[in-house]
Design a protein around this ligand. Structure first.
Ligand SMILES: [Ca+2]
Ligand SMILES: [Ca+2]
Length: 475
């Protein structure tokens, strides 16, 4: 699959190149080719160069390149020299343009928590999931996880070993990649950019397949539609952290999730590494939309994302509560926060908070939960609570609601306070009963939300804070 046909167009004069010229370099891949074939075309002479000559263009203009093209020799000619000159300028202009997205479609956001590494995986086939590890086939570098691709930092990489799983070789990292789900509703992918892995340029992926799917179960999904088979946009080796060139995808079909699989790399290396993935396209909804409040729908929470909290305060870190029969920082056995989302007012979430036992003023306060909204509906605009089936003294009365886009909620300190008011249960003494709908004053798009209870009905005496349901609405 390491096939490639590169066509580079450049101006003949070193003085007339513009940044736009640098973005006109396009590499496409055809599956019928067995070796890389590059053709460089000068606008002045329209001189086609041989494959080996054009490889020399890249090698020559990146003086610090280590080994990637060392084995390839050039049939030196006068044509080679002229193109070398213009390509050197192309690289310079690419340097200065590498972060601009002017003229590109809008970003599509990857839903935090949905990006998963794969290995030994081929377009059209099922996934083989990769895991973090220090060595071995099917692992990625322990601290260089797929989540690093969407942390907005070029300097943090995703580094896959693939097979055989150790050592410096031509196979390492090939047929690895990731899948991920887009946050916006009905997204249509029109293009992408990859961040490079400078100073480990030997690891950089050169060709990739991109597929789309609407499978709900991505782990076992085999229904992948091939959308792209071509360059990663990283064909020019850079001497700094940078994005590769934007690669457009001819696609008009909406898919919820996408899979990227690396099919070739720059050189012999220990890993395939890249720093970021950016997706571009359009959707029926932008994540910052503020004008759809009239069409509130029930928000779907991401499976497994609800976690119990205690000793947690608005603006601070979350502290995870555990299930136990007694003790501070615990919730009642069988009464965890997933009970809040089972559509049954007969099942409840019951927290002790800082109280190790007994009825007192602090029991259950500063407890709550955080939760991530499933794809496509990231703006919380309304909610309502329901009372538990017993113990009116335990009802939450005052609460805070915060939002965040942190990738890892447990260490997150970037919480935006959205609501600090009543739970809607203040006038509801009946058991297993919904309170009033409460509105977020200024709804914003966030991947995850945190609800914390700051007061309860009986301010001096209860064993717990307890409630049976929390419904989330938004758009
Ligand atoms: Ca990164
Ligand atoms: Ca329930």
């Amino acid at each position: 699959m390491s096939t490639g046909t590169a066509t580079a167009t450049s101006a003949a004069s070193t003085t007339t190149l513009s940044p736009i010229t640098s973005t006109t370099i396009v590499v496409t891949t055809t599956s019928t080719m067995s070796t890389s074939t590059a053709t460089a075309t000068s606008s002045a002479s329209t001189t086609a160069l041989s494959p080996t000559t054009s490889t020399t263009i890249v090698t020559t203009t990146t003086g610090t390149m280590s080994t990637s093209s060392a084995a390839e020799t050039s049939s030196a000619s006068t044509n080679t020299l002229s193109v070398v000159t213009s390509t050197a300028i192309l690289m310079t202009t690419t340097d200065t343009m590498s972060t601009s997205t002017a003229g590109l479609p809008p970003y599509l956001d990857i839903q935090p928590g949905t990006i998963v590494g794969v290995w030994n995986t081929f377009a059209g086939d099922n996934n083989t999931l990769a895991i973090a590890g220090t060595t071995g086939a099917g692992t990625y570098f322990t601290d260089q996880t797929p989540a690093n691709l969407i942390d907005h930092s070029l300097g943090t990489r995703y580094s896959s070993r693939g097979s055989p799983g150790f050592g410096n070789n031509s196979l390492a990292g090939l047929n690895t990649g990731f899948y991920a789900t887009v946050a916006q509703c009905q997204p249509t992918l029109e293009g992408f950019r990859l961040g490079n892995s400078y100073p480990y340029s030997d690891r950089e992926p050169l060709t990739v397949t991109v597929e789309g799917t609407n499978c709900d179960d991505l782990v076992n999904c085999v229904n992948w539609s091939l959308l792209y088979n071509g360059s990663t946009g990283l064909y020019i080796q850079m001497n700094n952290l940078a994005y590769g060139d934007y690669q457009s995808i001819f696609n008009t079909i909406s898919y919820k999730s996408y899979r990227f699989l690396i099919t070739s790399k720059r050189s012999i290396s220990v890993f395939v590494s890249y720093g970021e993935i950016q997706l571009f396209g359009y959707s029926t909804q932008t994540s910052t939309s503020q004008n759809e409040t009239s069409s509130n729908t029930s928000l779907v929470i991401q499976s497994g994302s609800v976690e119990a909290l205690w000793n947690t305060f608005a603006g601070g870190m979350s502290y995870i509560a555990t299930e136990n029969s007694s003790g501070a920082g615990t919730y009642y056995i069988g009464q965890g926060p997933t009970n809040l989302f089972d559509n049954k007012t007969t099942s409840k979430y019951t927290s002790r908070g800082n109280s190790s036992s007994g009825s007192n003023a602090i029991a259950g306060l500063n407890t709550g939960f955080h939760v991530t909204i499933a794809r496509c509906q990231p703006t919380l605009s309304q909610f309502r609570f329901a009372t538990g089936d017993t113990g009116a003294e335990r009802d939450p009365i005052m609460i805070t609601v915060e939002g965040t886009n942190c990738l890892t909620l447990i260490n997150c300190t970037s919480w935006t306070l959205l609501y600090n008011d009543t739970s809607g249960l203040e006038n509801v003494l009946d058991r297993s009963t919904y309170g009033s709908y409460k509105s977020i004053p200024s709804p914003q798009s966030f991947a995850s939300y945190r609800f914390l209870v700051t007061s309860k009905r009986n301010a001096t005496n209860s064993i717990f804070v307890s409630y049976s349901e929390v419904e989330l609405y938004g758009y």
